[in-house]
Design a protein around this ligand. Structure first.
Ligand code: NAD
Ligand code: ZN
Length: 342
């Protein structure tokens, strides 16, 4: 099969012919149709310090995908050829305390698809059946391709109740954009999105933000005054990984607020813990998606009118992966999709 491979330690990815994946008795073999490019793939492609200490080449990269089941292992009863599925990108151990208790998102030993095992930027991908999600037939194929990051957005956006609350989202990358639409759909009063990139601010407005803010131009306190907010944001979602975004969010939160942190900073961030203590904020780290409560919520919110399609801005045939990666890296985009059927 053809696959996008990190062949050796160092920058770059190349389209290679590699052996088809092995299908174990508990595995599902999937013919990939569409994939989404994630920041993780960009880190692996550029071979930054995180990739250099994490990735062992050769590795097929990629974890956001939709595809069609083509073969199942002998133990697999609930998937059939032709089923349209996606994969949960965290392959959990099944043996640790939280896995045994059914809280698989808290697994102590998760292995990342396209990070710690061969991934989905390929014509075929094999996954344990416990990592495969059946799509309902009404899900748009491009949306199905990005259920993984959509799940990050939903996991974060539903970490604290948003009904009737004032919400701040820091960072309008693909995940912040989707979280904007989810917060709106879930009944927030005001959704304010802070983002330095004007293209992404425009996308955030299309996703349903009431106000988009350039953090270099205006303070969140000015925005709050303009909206008639009195005590600050009730819920904040940190989706930038940026230090000043995190500090500004904490400073703009109301007493008793909930702060969900998804963004991954590249270095330590000094914080004034007094602000967290005296406002009695609840801080929650978010990693991945809940298996499979988040996947269920994604499906039913789409069925009840949630539209995340404006967050998908670019589509490329897989052979044009270099142009696709360059587009995703440049940042004037939402989600970038690679089409493996073209
Ligand atoms: P992204 O890098 O495309 O988006 C981050 C956005 O933050 C960019 O648009 C950037 O312009 C913006 N930003 C930079 N400085 C800012 C500031 N001071 N204030 C407000 N915004 C600022 O990333 P993404 O793919 O949307 O992912 C969002 C974050 O979540 C990233 O940090 C990513 O590494 C992380 N992530 C975490 C998980 C997890 O499971 N915890 C999973 C996927 C991604
Ligand atoms: Zn586990």
């Amino acid at each position: 099969m053809l696959a996008l491979v990190k062949t050796a330690a160092g920058p770059g990815l190349s389209l290679e012919t590699v052996p088809d994946p092995v299908v174990g008795i508990n595995d599902v073999l999937i013919r990939v149709r569409k994939t989404g490019i994630c920041g993780t793939d960009l880190h692996i492609e550029s071979w930054d310090p995180w990739a250099a200490r994490t990735i062992v080449p050769p590795l097929v990269v990629g974890h956001e995908f939709v595809g069609e089941v083509v073969e199942v292992g002998s133990n697999v009863a609930d998937f059939e050829r032709g089923d349209i599925v996606s994969g949960e990108g965290h392959v959990t151990c099944g043996l640790c305390r939280h896995c045994l208790a059914g809280r698989r998102h808290l697994c102590a030993h998760p292995v990342g698809l396209g990070v710690g095992r061969d991934g989905a930027f390929a014509e075929l991908v094999s996954l344990p059946m416990t990592n495969v999600w059946h799509h309902s037939p009404d899900v748009d194929e491009d949306v199905a391709a990005i259920f993984d990051p959509f799940g990050n957005a939903v996991h974060t956006a539903l970490a604290f109740p948003v009904l009737g609350e004032d919400v701040l989202i820091s960072g309008a990358g693909p995940i912040g954009l989707m979280a904007t639409a989810v917060a709106r759909h879930a009944g927030a009063r005001f959704v304010v999105v802070s983002e330095p990139n004007p293209v992404r601010r425009g996308l955030a407005a299309r996703m349903g933000a009431d106000v988009v803010v350039d953090p270099g131009a205006r303070t969140l306190q000015e925005v709050q005054a303009e909206l008639g907010m009195v005590e600050g944001f009730d819920v904040a979602m940190e989706m930038s990984g940026n230090a000043s975004a995190l500090r500004s969010a904490i400073a703009a939160m109301a007493p008793g607020g909930g702060l969900a942190i998804l963004g991954i900073p590249t270095e330590e961030i000094p914080l004034d813990i007094n602000e967290i203590v005296f406002k009695m904020l609840t801080v929650k780290g978010i990693y991945g998606r809940e298996m499979y409560e988040t996947w269920y919520k994604m499906t039913v919110m789409l069925q009840s009118g949630l539209d995340i399609t404006p967050a998908i801005t670019h589509r490329f045939p897989f052979r044009e992966h270099e142009a696709a990666f360059a587009t995703a890296r440049a940042g004037d985009s939402g989600k970038v999709i690679l089409d493996w059927t073209a």
